[in-house]
Design a protein around this ligand. Structure first.
Ligand SMILES: Nc1ncnc2c1ncn2[C@@H]1O[C@H](COP(=O)(O)OP(=O)(O)OP(=O)(O)O)[C@@H](O)[C@H]1O
Length: 606
């Protein structure tokens, strides 16, 4: 093996790094384009990462991600170069030992110290740059996915999609992080694909230089070591792929089953009181046990499959430790090569072996990665489908008025709930929608709110904050009571005086001192109190039109009377549309729409 001239090595190494960097850039660029075009997972990857790396038109073009990628590539090339130098240094070290040459030995140790210091610095910088890159990718994806899911009210509309996806929350919170992490580790990570692709040719050259001919069954194989290394790993990889393949599906199932179980647990937590009242623990337990045992059954399948897969991988890796030494030993004993050469061969073989094995060892990680790709692109698809569902055009009509023309509301299966209804409500008018349970009262309100995809006709009303919908159970956001009163406005928009006034007006004076307590209000307040928070919110928001869906059902008739009177007094011009069963509500409405089922309805003045 030729000696390295360490005095000029920095220049040689610099030129090497530049040359390999450019060559790697070209080759990786071509490979990346081919993967993104020709493979499903490549297309999925590009769909997720593309907008980060290359923002599309309309967004500000930023070169930052591209520069990050170039820097990461440069660092990988540098690390391979340092590994190469370490292998030459090892050769010198062992040759000096064999020759009992103390001066050469200490010189080699000195050089080792320099390379090792550079190596540590390189590893730390790589870690920092790599993590910064993945954090940026993570932030970008979270931003996009949240925007996609909340935008156009997809989170709600997706309930009506033909294919609904499970647990979008988990996909946004966990899968995005896994995607960012795995994208980095599998590509530019210290043992990733890029490092493997650069290491293989670099160390193949070393192996080539150290290889001698080998006689096998009377046949002379020149440079046998190089060929054997490749043959060994390629054959092993083919077997490993076959053994490891089912892990893709099993890991996918593992994710889904875990989420399914967690969802059941969350349901128990959220419905704790109902379950406790009915002593429903045995039923819940059975459901939870069922879901958990599905996880375990699948996990066992993963364990058995991994046993086979890892058993094979570990065996192959162990053999590879002594393999190059055995092959080089005869040449060492015949003094054709030095001890340093044998050591360097073992190192070079190890590098080529590890690099080639990347594709085999990373298989299970890659399997989980593909499952994440499927889950994330699945969510994007479902969001798109939800967006494509029909919408009832709601025209903006500022001021207190609602106009509905030829509105027909259907169930998803096409059955008509409300057939061809038209109505006009002017300032201060009010409508009570009645009908038996299941005749479509809530669905009619949903259609007016532009939330129900299976409706046609035209609706005009004030949009955005001009109209407020209040469901039977008002939504109380996390945070303070002030946040709940201001919702969906910002908490700071409600002053102390105003909060106190509306709380007292809705018979909740006892909460005046607690407006800034951060509690789980949706659990602390009784259903009736929650409904009163809904009314208090109306007094703050002062909308032009209000839709109340059994919004006083949890209150006694006396309180109901007080709240409706209050609403009329404070908002005399308000257009009021209520859904309710109680006859006591008639006193507060000027007209009634009675749904009779099968699309039929009657309208009358009250
Ligand atoms: N997301 C949905 N998918 C399919 N069908 C639905 C959906 N939401 C409601 N429906 C159906 O539409 C019909 C009307 O439901 P809706 O909730 O509007 O009735 P309602 O008159 O408000 O009943 P109640 O008085 O009990 O509240 C019901 O048969 C219900 O099963």
């Amino acid at each position: 093996m030729d000696d390295v001239d360490w005095s000029t090595e920095w220049l040689t190494s610099l030129l090497w790094i530049l040359g390999v960097f450019v060559a790697a850039l070209i080759v990786l660029g071509i490979v990346a384009v081919l993967i993104a075009r020709l493979t499903t997972w490549g297309r999925q990857f590009w769909r997720l990462a593309g907008p980060f790396v290359r923002p599309t038109r309309g967004e500000r073009r930023t070169w930052r991600p591209t520069l990050f990628i170039l820097l990461l590539l440069l660092l990988v090339v540098l690390s391979v170069r340092l590994n190469l130098l370490l292998s030459y240094n090892t050769n010198e070290l062992y040759t000096a030992l064999q020759n009992l040459d103390a001066a050469a030995f200490w010189r080699a140790i000195g050089i080792f110290a320099v390379i090792a210091a550079l190596y540590v610095a390189q590893a730390l910088v790589t870690y920092y740059v790599g993590q910064s890159f993945l954090i940026r990718l993570w932030e970008n994806l979270n931003d996009r996915f949240l925007g996609d899911w909340l935008g156009d009210r997809v989170y709600h509309r997706s309930r009506f999609s033909p294919t609904s996806v499970d647990n979008p929350d988990q996909r946004i919170q966990e899968d995005i992080r896994t995607f960012a992490e795995d994208s980095y580790t599998l590509s530019f990570g210290p043992n990733g694909a890029v490092s493997a692709l650069i290491t293989i040719p670099s160390f193949t050259v070393v192996l080539w230089q150290l290889s001698g001919p080998l006689s096998l069954f009377g046949l002379e194989i020149p440079r046998a070591m190089t060929f054997i290394a490749f043959l060994y790993v390629i054959v092993a990889s083919v077997f490993a792929f076959r053994i490891g393949r089912p892990l893709v599906r099993l890991n996918f199932l593992n994710e889904g089953l875990g989420a399914f179980y967690r969802y059941a647990l969350v349901r128990v937590r959220d419905n704790a009181e109902n379950i406790a009242f009915s002593r429903g623990e045995p039923v819940e337990r059975r459901t939870l046990d069922g879901r958990f045992s599905d996880i375990i059954a699948n996990y066992w399948r993963i364990v058995i499959r991994t046993l086979k897969f890892q058993g094979f991988n570990l065996g192959i890796t162990q053999i590879s430790v002594v393999f190059p030494i055995i092959i080089q030993a005869p040449r060492f004993f015949s003094r054709a090569i030095s001890l340093g050469d044998v050591q360097q061969t073992a190192q070079a073989f190890g590098q080529v072996h590890d690099a080639l094995s990347f594709f085999r060892n990373a298989y299970d990680q890659f399997a989980a990665y593909r499952a994440v790709l499927d889950r994330l692109t699945g969510l994007l698809d479902a969001d798109e489908q939800a967006r494509e569902l029909p919408v009832l055009e709601v025209g903006d009509r500022p001021g207190a008025a609602v106009v509905v023309r030829d509105l027909t509301v259907r169930k998803p299966d096409g059955e008509v709930l409300v057939d061809d209804v038209s109505l006009e409500l002017a300032r201060a008018e009010s409508l009570l929608v009645t009908g038996r349970s299941g005749t479509g009262k809530t669905t009619l309100l949903r259609s007016l709110a532009d939330l129900w995809p299976y409706a046609d006709g035209t609706v005009e009303r004030p949009v955005s904050s001009g109209s407020v919908f209040l469901a039977q159970q008002p939504y109380l956001p996390l945070g303070t009571l002030r946040t709940a009163l201001a919702y969906p406005g910002p908490a700071e928009s409600v002053s102390d005086d105003e909060a106190a006034r509306v709380l007292r007006a809705t018979s909740m004076g006892h909460l005046v001192d607690r407006v800034d307590d951060d509690e789980l209000w949706y659990r602390t307040l009784s259903p009736g109190e929650q409904q009163r928070v809904g009314f208090a919110r109306l007094l703050i928001a002062r909308p032009d039109v209000v839709f109340l869906d059994e919004a006083t059902a949890a209150l006694d008739e006396g309180l109901e009377h007080e709240l409706y009177t209050l609403l009329r007094q404070e908002l005399p011009d308000l257009v009021l549309i209520s859904v309710g069963h109680r006859s006591s509500l008639e006193a507060f409405h000027s007209r009634r729409l009675d749904l009779e089922g099968d699309g039929r309805w009657t309208a009358a003045a009250l």
